[in-house]
Design a protein around this ligand. Structure first.
Ligand SMILES: Cc1cc2nc3c(=O)[nH]c(=O)nc-3n(C[C@H](O)[C@H](O)[C@H](O)COP(=O)(O)OP(=O)(O)OC[C@H]3O[C@@H](n4cnc5c(N)ncnc54)[C@H](O)[C@@H]3O)c2cc1C
Length: 290
């Protein structure tokens, strides 16, 4: 697979993630075409090498070393025709939001500040401000377990709050098709600007994190419960409950995935003891079986 133009294989490479945890994988493979992706997976299966497709690594807590292959999709195109938008899985959500608004289309303004890819955001049904990615979704294209490309309609996918039935399957999201509505570009840009400023005021964007740690329980806010439990600023190793927003854990310098996991357990235990609420993780812990 090394001799294809559309594949880049790096050995013992650092895997980027927004927590800025130091993570290495035996292979980091960047693919620039679907054909290349198929070939890479065939090859990995033949050699019995475990693999995982990762987006921007903005919703995951990764362990230190993966003896398998991390695959990154360098497929980033975005096509807009009338009110139909087709984005490849590696396209960043910020680009999707801004380019659609710039074409006078509304519906994805909420996604402007999400530092993830379309692929990762489809799998987790990312959302904000009472909107979510599935609101405007028409269909997705995936590479399935038999390495066949299939189109799946939104109606055939189970989805809910930060959840879809695509999670933990071997389907790889290749692209997503959205239907947006025509709207007022200036108003939409103003909304994005205001929300961006509000995020800077209320979220610890100056420190590495992976966004909200827990889902909000019905009718309440995880951040409120964590703050009420007296856990703001609580630190384990290099992981800290943000002083600015209690539903964020930040890496203050040299956090390990264990620091973050231990802090998560402590928060869950305290909130359960004090309020009898089970906080459910929004982020995904990935512990490789090396
Ligand atoms: C500062 C900050 C703010 C955030 N704010 C929000 C917010 O407001 N709302 C929100 O919902 N999230 C938010 N997040 C979390 C995160 O950005 C989103 O969950 C985003 O959708 C994750 O996308 P990703 O590409 O980084 O996915 P990753 O973290 O790379 O992957 C997540 C999961 O998806 C799988 N995956 C990735 N790509 C594919 C693919 N192509 N096919 C199949 N599986 C795939 C991975 O294996 C993994 O299991 C925030 C994060 C940060 C750091």
């Amino acid at each position: 697979m090394n001799n294809r133009q559309d594949v880049l294989v790096l050995e013992n490479a650092l895997v980027s993630n927004t927590y800025k945890l130091e993570v290495k994988a035996k292979y980091l493979i960047k693919v620039k075409s679907i054909e290349a992706l198929k070939e890479v997976i065939k090859d990995l299966k033949k050699k019995n090498i475990e693999y995982l497709v990762l987006g921007a690594g903005s919703n995951v807590i990764l362990a230190q070393y993966f003896a398998g292959a991390i695959i990154k999709l360098d497929l980033t195109s975005l096509k807009i025709e009338d009110n139909i938008v087709v984005a490849e899985a590696g396209c960043m959500m910020g680009k999707l939001a801004l380019e659609t608004v710039n074409k006078g289309l509304v519906g994805l303004e909420w996604a402007a500040n999400i530092p993830g890819t379309v692929g990762g955001s489809i799998v987790g049904n990312a959302g904000a401000y009472n909107s979510e990615l599935f609101d405007n979704l028409v269909s997705i294209k995936v590479l399935d377990e038999n390495l066949e490309i299939k189109e799946i309609l939104k109606e055939d996918i189970e989805f809910g709050y930060r959840y879809t039935s695509l999670k933990n399957t071997s389907k790889i999201v290749l692209e997503a098709k959205f239907k947006l509505t025509k709207g007022n570009k200036e108003e939409a840009l103003e909304l994005i600007k205001n929300r961006c400023e509000r995020r800077k005021e209320t979220q610890p964007l100056d420190l590495p994190s992976a966004g909200s740690v827990f889902r909000n329980p019905d009718g309440d806010y995880a951040g409120r419960l964590i703050e009420e439990a007296g856990l703001k600023g609580k630190t384990i190793g290099g992981a800290q409950v943000s002083e600015k927003h209690a539903n964020f854990i930040v890496n203050t310098g040299n956090a390990s995935s264990n620091d973050i996991k231990n802090l998560i357990r402590l928060i869950q235990k305290e909130v359960k003891e004090q309020f009898n609420v089970d906080l459910i993780l929004e982020q995904e812990i990935i512990d490789w079986k090396n």
